[in-house]
Design a binder for this molecule. Structure first.
Ligand code: HEC
Length: 199
């Protein structure tokens, strides 16, 4: 390098780095350009389609102290449970019961924060009308099937990828101890019933 000229290897090395940088930059430009011209979000995870009561509930959710521990729709913290998509996991009935009487509703398990003399004890004491509105809001936080906030597989249910992952990674005990929700969905579809969890 004393002569100030780069050797061939150095040229290739730095040229390679520069090329990677340039390609990444072009990729980013294309992505941003595509994103700007979409009329929908690129990765829709949640659907916001609130009723009047749900809208009211979303306000109460933000003003009643829930966001100290929870996050939903980009409000709040990750300290407790992220509630995005909870409407696809829990029914309105369950949410109503949980907010008023958490420990009795929590599948026999003990709660960490919800319940008398715990951090979120105040929740059950909120005015019943407020709790109903909050429950409506939460039940409307539905996740698109197949997204990371949903327990439901992608629409259609058939996924070679999921089959393969289950085959490769799930321990044998897991298969006998748990039900595959897709089997349940297929059964329900056959019976012509509408699954409460899906849309
Ligand atoms: C002090 C922290 C804290 C506060 C405040 C709090 N939560 Fe929670 N929440 C939790 C934790 C932790 C859980 C998990 C269950 C448990 O262990 O209590 C939970 C669970 C939940 C669940 C899920 C229940 C289930 O079975 O899936 C809902 C719904 C919920 N909270 C709603 C609310 C609402 C609405 C508010 C505000 C009115 C609120 N929470 C305030 C900590 C909190």
């Amino acid at each position: 390098m004393a002569s100030g000229k780069m050797k061939l290897g150095e040229k290739l090395l730095f040229g390679g780095f520069a090329l990677i940088g340039i390609l990444a930059f072009i990729g980013w430009l294309v992505l941003e350009n595509v994103r700007k011209h979409l009329d929908k979000p690129m990765y829709p995870v949640l659907e916001y389609n609130f009723s009047v009561e749900g809208m009211h509930g979303s306000e109460l959710f933000r003003t009643s102290g829930c966001t100290i521990c929870h996050r939903a729709m980009r409000n709040g913290t990750n300290m407790g449970l992220v509630l995005d998509g909870i409407g696809s996991k829990r029914s309105l009935d369950y949410l109503n019961k949980f907010l008023i009487n958490p420990e009795a509703s929590y599948f026999g398990g003990t709660t960490m924060d919800h319940g008398p003399a715990k951090g979120a004890a105040f929740v059950a004491k909120l005015p019943p009308a407020d709790l109903r509105a909050i429950a409506a809001f939460l039940s409307e936080l539905r996740a698109n099937p197949g997204s990371n906030a949903s327990r439901l597989p992608p629409a259609g249910g058939e996924s070679g990828f999921i089959d393969e992952m289950v085959r490769m990674w799930a321990p044998d005990s897991w298969k006998s101890e748990h039900k595959d929700i897709r089997e349940e969905m297929k059964l329900k579809a056959k019976e012509g019933r509408h699954d409460a969890g899906s849309k």
